[in-house]
Design a protein around this ligand. Structure first.
Ligand SMILES: [Zn+2]
Length: 380
């Protein structure tokens, strides 16, 4: 990991170098100071728009994460993070973190986080050891996806020498771009509604807005609304956000959460309970708040089909993509010269993406955001 990043403790004011996850003075989670003042590169339809302020290393690993859309569902303004490459906001953090990775990644199995980290490691040609606690595997979809990825080995046990953590400063550095995007897409936001578990997401979003205010992009910080399950405890981070940043905490019941899951599914959004909680709270708040839907609850995984070799068409597509700039499905189809239908090309591309051999990203062509595919460098 990079060592020349300055870290700051928002709670006690400590500033220093080094990459410990928490403050050496008071133990609070650290955040990374921005690399420079934000200059938005409007040509880039991903968090690379904000690269001037992000702590990327010498290489940049990106799969088109970020610049997710804002939509309104039943009157509630939603920032739809399920549109990220692996289906959650985690991809923002993974892009910056893996860009700084040196050597093997060793990480605990934590659903969305680990799936995202392993996918980005794969894109960078970095191997990942994932440590699974068999008593705590709930997210089988993510586990099955991981188990078919070429760069991942699954281990059992506590995991000695874990070197990559959810919530570490260089990860939150990417996550804070949610705040930058809300500023760009909505303007001065009245309030942001976030699901709260450990509180890292809220800390990163708070930091993003704090920087925007420091640089003069906004006058006031938006109100942060932290939504938690009725039975969940406050954490060190949420306590601090309430005391120092005026955040408000809203409790939600299981019934409200499930009702919201159903309501969102009927609008075409299949979310996990944690995101449904935030939506449930936002629907009752009034005011023009933006709720962050952190990720999707349904991830496609087709392990049985994926275990076999590649089809002829898949091989041909990889041949086209290797050594090429990112291409749209239509461009791939054109270059294949009529050996398949466009529908067949779409299907084969989807399968290659699920296998981790091809990445799906976005580019600006003209003034449109288009889907593009590229081959991942470590294809064997
Ligand atoms: Zn401190």
């Amino acid at each position: 990991m990079r060592v020349n990043v300055r870290f700051r403790c928002l709670r006690c004011g400590y500033v220093g170098l080094g990459n410990g996850p928490s403050c050496p003075r008071c133990g609070f989670p650290l955040i990374a100071e921005p690399r420079g003042v934000l200059r938005i590169d409007r040509e880039k339809p991903s968090i690379l728009r904000y690269a001037s302020a992000l702590n990327y290393g010498d290489r940049v690993v990106t799969l088109g994460e970020g610049f997710t859309r804002i939509r309104r569902v039943n009157g509630v303004l939603i920032k739809d993070e399920s549109r990220n490459p692996t289906g959650s906001f985690m991809d923002r953090g993974s892009s910056v973190l893996i860009s700084n990775a040196v050597g093997e990644i060793r990480v605990l199995f934590e659903e969305d986080f680990t799936l995202s980290i392993a996918t980005y490691a794969n894109a960078a040609g970095v191997s990942a050891k994932v440590y699974v606690n068999p008593d705590r595997v709930g997210a089988y979809a993510e586990l099955l996806r991981l188990s078919t990825m070429g760069n991942v080995t699954i281990e059992f046990g506590g995991g000695h020498g874990i070197n990559t953590f959810y919530g570490e400063p260089i990860f939150l550095d990417g996550v804070k771009t949610i705040a930058y995007e809300l500023y760009e897409q909505v303007g001065e936001v009245e309030g942001v509604v976030l699901p709260m578990e450990r509180g890292y997401l809220a800390l990163a979003v708070y930091e993003g807005f704090r920087e925007l205010r420091e640089w003069g992009f906004i006058g006031d910080l938006p109100r942060l609304i932290l939504v938690k399950h009725r039975a969940a405890q406050m954490t060190e981070i949420s306590d601090w956000l309430v005391r120092a940043a005026g955040a408000r905490v809203v409790d939600v019941s299981d019934e409200e959460t499930i009702r919201s899951m159903i309501e969102l599914a009927r609008s075409g959004m299949y979310v996990k309970p944690v995101s449904a909680m935030a939506y449930a709270a936002a629907s009752t708040l009034g005011g023009d708040y933006v709720v962050v839907i952190t990720g999707t609850g349904i991830k496609e995984y087709r392990v049985g089909r994926e275990l076999g070799g590649l089809t002829k068409l898949q091989e041909a597509i990889l041949g086209v993509l290797e050594g090429s700039r990112p291409l749209t499905a239509y461009e791939v189809w054109e270059r294949l010269g009529g050996v398949a239908t466009i529908q067949g090309v779409y299907k084969a591309l989807g399968s290659l993406v699920r296998r981790g051999l091809v990445s799906l990203g976005y580019e600006v062509r003209g003034n449109k955001k288009v889907r593009v595919y590229r081959s991942l460098s470590n294809y064997k």
